[in-house]
Design a protein around this ligand. Sequence first.
Ligand SMILES: NC(=O)c1ccc[n+]([C@@H]2O[C@H](COP(=O)([O-])OP(=O)(O)OC[C@H]3O[C@@H](n4cnc5c(N)ncnc54)[C@H](O)[C@@H]3O)[C@@H](O)[C@H]2O)c1
Length: 475
Amino acid sequence: MSENNGLSRRDFFKGMSFVAGGAALGVTLKPSAAFGADAPAAQGADELDYPVEGLGCVTSRPITVAVMGAGSRGRTYAGYAERFPNAMKVVAVADINPLRRLAMAEKYGVAENRRYGDFHDMLAAGRIADAMIIALPDDLHYEPAMAAMAQGYDLLLEKPMAQTEQECLDLLKRQRETGAIVGVCHVLRYAPYFRALKSALDDGLIGDIVSVQHMEPIEYAHMAHSYVRGNWHSAKATTPIILAKSCHDLDIIKWFLGKRCEAVSADGSLIHFRHENAPAGAPARCTDGCPHEATCPYSAIDIYCNKHKHMYVFDLPQGYTREDVMEKLRTTDYGRCVYRCDNDQCDHYVANLRFEGGVTAAFSMEAFTPWGGRRTRVMGTRGFIEGDGRKFTVYDFRANRRRLWAKNVSEIAEYKGSGHGGGDLALVRDFLRAVDAHDEALLSSSLAASVESHVMGFACERSRFSGRKEPVAAL
Ligand SMILES: NC(=O)c1ccc[n+]([C@@H]2O[C@H](COP(=O)([O-])OP(=O)(O)OC[C@H]3O[C@@H](n4cnc5c(N)ncnc54)[C@H](O)[C@@H]3O)[C@@H](O)[C@H]2O)c1
C-alpha cells in the first residue's frame, strides 16, 4: 500500500473508493432473533466506517512461488497470480494427483521440468523460487516446512502447521535459525470483517475487554463432508478438530485479546455420527438403496447431486452429469453412510480459556447448525460488540449509541471469489509484501503468533482427555 506507492493511508483509501465504499452497496438488514445475526441494533445504528483494503499489492518484482499441493487450498492461493501477475508468479508445482498437477501447471505456464509428483521430488530440486506454498494434507506440513526453511525458502504454510506441539516448537526454532518469513494460513485475520472488529477493539470502542463468547458453527453438511466422510474424518491421521477446524477460532480470540492464554478447560465428544446411530436397514452407502435416503439430512445424494455442495473434491470434467456424480458416490468415501464411516472427530466441542489478567473466553464449535460463519460477542468495560461473521454492532453504554460495520465484502468486485470473507487472497497480498520487504511485521499470522494459538489447541485436547484445567505452555 502506501509503503510502495507513496500514498498516505487516507489517500490510498480515497483512491480505492469502490472498495472502501462497501457499506453503500445496498446492504439489506433483516431483523432476526438468531445469535449475532441481524440483531435489533442493526436498525437505526450509525455507520462504523473501517474501510476495506484493496487486494492488490505493489512488489519490487513478481515474487516467484513453488506450490506444494494443487488441491483446493493450493489453487486458491495460486489464484492470486492470475489476478495480480505483477506481484506473484507460479513457477513450480508438486501434486501426486496428475489431473491437479497438470491443471495448475498449464494455467500458470509452469515449465515441464518444474512439475513434480511427490513433494520430495520438488525438495530434491533445491531452492527454485522465492517462496513456497505448502498446501498438502495436515500430516505433510512439518517435513516439507522444516526442509524448505533450511533451503532458504520463505513459506506460506497451511494450518494446522504440524500434528504435535513439539513439532510446532521445532518449526518455530527452525524459523528463528533461518530467518525465513513464514505466514501461517490463519486467513480470518486478513478478512475485512475480522480486521475491522480488531480495529474497533484496539481503538478502545468498548473499553477494556473483560470476556468473549465465540461460536464456530460448522454447518451440518460441511461436518458430514469434511469431518465424517472426508479428509479430516480421523483425528489421528490428521489433527483433532480443535486444530483441524478451530485453530482459526482460538487464533482469532487470542488475536482480539492480545494477551497470552494461561489455561484452558475443554470438553467435547462424538455423539451422533456413530455406528450405533445408524437407522434400521441403512446400508453402507447412500447409493445402495437406503430406505432413509429421502429423509436423511446427511444423504450424500442430497448434499452432492441435489445441493451441489463441495463438488471440487471430485475433479469432475466440464459438463459432468448427475450420473458422473453418482458414480463418485458409489466409489469414494463421499458416498458412505455417515453412520458407517471410520470417523472419530468430535461433533461438538466447548472450551473455556483464561488469559492474562483474568480475562476469559468461552468457545464452542457446533456441527449441527444450518449455516457456517463465526458468531462473536465481546464484553468490554464501556461497551459491547456482537457480530455474525459479516457485520458487527458496537454498543456504547454511556452514549447509548450503536454503530454498525456492514461492508458487503462479497459484493465488492475485487473481492469476488476470495473465500473466508476475503481473507484468502488478502493473506497472499500481505505475505507477498512481507517476502518482498523481508519484513515479518507486515504479516499478521507469523509463525510465532500462530504457534501460540496452536499450543492452545493442544492444551484443549489434553484437558478434554484429562478432565482437568490444563496450563498453556508459555513460549
Ligand atoms: N486455511 C484454511 O482456511 C484452510 C481451509 C481448508 C483446508 N486447510 C488446510 O489446507 C491443507 C490442504 O487442504 P485442501 O483442502 O487443499 O486439501 P486437498 O486434498 O484439496 O489438497 C491437497 C493436495 O495435496 C496433494 N498431495 C497429497 N499427498 C501429496 C504428496 N505426497 N506430494 C504431493 N502432493 C500431495 C493431493 O493430491 C491434493 O491435491 C490441509 O492441511 C487443510 O487442513 C486450510
